[in-house]
Design a protein around this ligand. Structure first.
Ligand code: GDP
Ligand code: MG
Length: 170
């Protein structure tokens, strides 16, 4: 039969990488050019149907500012999945993403499904991070990887769908 799964999902990554924009695109199908920065964290939910299950994502979109770092464990603790977001036009944001991956690997739950999102893939002329570099990093660290664009909607539903497929079936 068709299973219903509730899955807590957290978005982590540098300020400005596009976490809130990915959530807005996924949940409401919208994009805002001047997205306000997140204070603390924001909650929303969205349901995805995969072949054998209906997955309701309970999404925690975190702020990303260093001053809120101590709050992050509240959001990733008990999370079934995480999307770690960087901006393909900003090399420092990939380095920040790697720090989050390390933190999740040491503090997060051990069977968490982790995705690395190289966002702003529409900004091809400003690209600073090669696809191959991020892909290789993701592979070495057991994450799956997609380049996304919250602006054009490229791979946004897809990354959530791929996570839904990988969640353990209870
Ligand atoms: P957050 O701090 O990680 O939540 O990032 P935001 O979602 O607030 O986005 C930061 C800025 O980048 C905003 O001005 C967004 O409009 C812009 N942005 C987010 N995603 C994309 C994208 O895929 N493409 C482009 N061109 N801009 C984006
Ligand atoms: Mg935000």
């Amino acid at each position: 039969g068709n299973k219903s799964i509730n899955a807590k999902l957290v978005l982590l990554g540098d300020v400005g990488a596009g976490k809130s924009s990915l959530v807005l695109r996924f949940v409401k199908g919208q994009f805002i050019e001047f997205q306000e920065s997140t204070i603390g964290a924001a909650f929303s939910s969205q349901t995805v149907a995969v072949d054998d299950a209906t997955v309701k994502f309970e999404i925690w979109d975190t702020a990303g500012q260093e001053r809120y770092h101590s709050l992050a464990p509240m959001y990733y603790r008990g999370a079934a999945a995480a999307i770690i977001v960087y901006d393909i036009t900003n090399q420092a944001s990939l380095e920040r993403a790697k720090k989050w991956v390390q933190e999740l690997q040491s503090q997060g739950n051990s069977n968490m499904v982790m995705a690395l999102a190289g966002n702003k893939a529409d900004l091809v002329d400003s690209r600073k991070v090669a696809t191959e570099e991020a892909q290789a990093y993701a592979q070495e660290n057991g994450l799956f990887f997609m380049e996304t664009s919250a602006k054009t909607a490229t791979n946004v539903n897809d990354i959530f769908y791929e996570i839904a497929k990988r969640l353990p079936r209870l």
